[in-house]
Write a protein that binds this ligand. Structure first.
Ligand code: FES
Length: 149
């Protein structure tokens, strides 16, 4: 009798213990994730200069590691890139071809094509990126390479 009671107590104790561990361990790992260094990106290829999205809209958002970067086609040979998040509250900016400006529709923030703040609440300029056009061979469109300044 005493042996079976101890067995039941042991089973209950270990079940409750397992339940507590399986419940709280994931919560604890979520609250305090392990330190894993992010791989840094210094350069990305952003596609050919004749990218249909660039030709039609005049811009596209590319991934630069974990960061969005806005790539703007100002002319056939003038491409510019800036951090794609507004310096006000991190909304994604867009290029308005007709207005020749970078614009944030969250609070009507406006930047010049040099990334400088022109109007609205953004506190400072967009971070610029370097853009190079690289030839991949005769007859091929150039490749747009974006890198950190
Ligand atoms: S987040 Fe861009 S203007 Fe507010």
């Amino acid at each position: 009798m005493a042996t079976s009671r101890r067995l039941v107590n042991w089973m209950l104790g270990t079940s409750v213990g397992a339940l507590l561990v399986s419940t709280f361990y994931p919560v604890a790992r979520f609250i305090s994730p392990p330190d894993i260094p992010e791989a840094s990106t210094n350069q990305v290829e952003a596609g050919p200069t004749n990218d249909p999205e660039l030709l039609e809209r005049g811009f596209k958002i590319i991934r630069f590691g974990n960061e969005p970067v806005i790539l703007v086609r100002v002319s056939d040979s003038d491409f510019r890139a800036f951090a794609g998040t507004c310096t006000h509250l991190d909304c994604i900016v867009e290029f308005q071809k007709d207005e020749e400006r970078l614009w944030c529709n969250c609070h009507n923030g406006e930047y010049s094509l040099q990334g400088e703040v022109v109007a609205g609440p953004p506190p400072h300029a967009l971070e610029p990126f370097k853009v190079d056009l690289v030839s991949k061979g005769s007859g091929q469109p150039q490749t747009i390479v974006v890198s950190r300044v």
